[in-house]
Design a binder for this molecule. Structure first.
Ligand SMILES: [Fe+2]
Length: 288
């Protein structure tokens, strides 16, 4: 089993790098920490970066996870190769671009590009926000999967992810005490479906709700309270139709936690009564 010990970064292609960086700074509240070779590194916490945007295909997404050390990286490479997956060992130059000392890349059964990094860089300076959105940290992603049951099996058998709850066929999974690091979304293609930043309190969610509406940012869902994780949330669209989320108060789980199945309905998505677009949770036929 491959043990993930950290949740690190997204690498996202974008059609208009400057527009995306401006949105990240002025709307999301991220800090630009570096620009090089057509890439811009941004963050919402004290890690080196959380998102690396590059001018390119907006469907080109990679998620960066962290392993404990180089022995774990070598073991992961052989586990994935034995499982029949193609594994690319990053060059020194590629590792530098990912702000880590070493990594491998592979595609999960849905075709999601995943970097497994070792010794990703810490930052010597604290996060200084582009605007005061109250962001504490980059916390989870929605991950598109083409067969949710196969994806859940892969991440829980090959990796140390555990399912905390289900809504329909979507598994909310984690490798640590945070209720979810992945929300698997049934889809006809791979990719990152949304990017979550935790904010300090409900007031931050509500302040951003009014701020973003005032700035004509398209709200996707919320403000609301997730029935599964207990988190207060707001989802909104950025450039390239990428969905970003602020939330606070996510539930913690431990080894005694037993996953619960929720049906796909408004009440499972939001305990307060906001009306989400539930079509994102309706699984493909493969799940039935
Ligand atoms: Fe989320």
């Amino acid at each position: 089993m491959i043990n993930v010990v950290g949740f690190r970064y997204c690498r996202l292609g974008t059609a208009d790098l400057e527009e995306t960086v401006k949105f990240g700074t002025d709307m999301i509240g991220l800090e630009t920490v570096g620009r090089e070779n057509g890439s811009v590194y941004m963050r919402g916490d004290d890690r080196d970066h959380n998102i690396c945007y590059f001018e390119g295909d907006p469907t080109d997404h990679t998620l960066g996870l962290e392993l404990a050390d180089f022995d774990a990286l070598d073991a992961a490479e052989s586990t994935l190769t034995t499982a029949g997956l193609d594994v690319h060992r990053g060059t020194g130059e590629e590792a530098t671009a990912r702000r880590c000392m070493g990594y491998i890349n592979f595609k999960d059964p849905s075709g999601n590009s995943i970097d497994l990094t070792v010794r990703p860089f810490a930052a010597g300076r604290r996060y200084f926000p582009g605007r005061d959105a109250g962001i504490d940290e980059f916390s989870h992603i929605g991950l598109r999967v083409t067969d949710p049951r196969e994806a859940e099996k892969f991440w829980s058998e090959v990796f140390n992810f555990k399912t905390s709850d289900w809504i329909g066929w979507s598994a909310l999974m984690t490798f640590d005490e945070v209720h979810h690091r992945f929300a698997l979304f049934p889809s006809d293609r791979p990719g990152i479906q949304h990017i979550n930043f935790q904010v300090s309190e409900t007031d931050d969610v509500m302040r951003s709700n009014y701020f973003l509406r005032d700035h004509q940012v398209r709200i996707q869902a919320g403000p609301g309270r997730h029935s599964l994780s207990g988190a207060r949330f707001l989802y909104f669209y950025g450039p390239d139709e990428m969905i970003y989320e602020y939330s606070c108060g996510v539930r913690m789980v431990d080894d005694t936690w037993r996953a619960r199945q929720f049906p796909v309905n408004d009440a499972s998505f939001c305990a307060w009564g906001s009306k989400p677009d539930l079509s994102v949770l309706e699984g493909p036929d493969a799940a039935e």
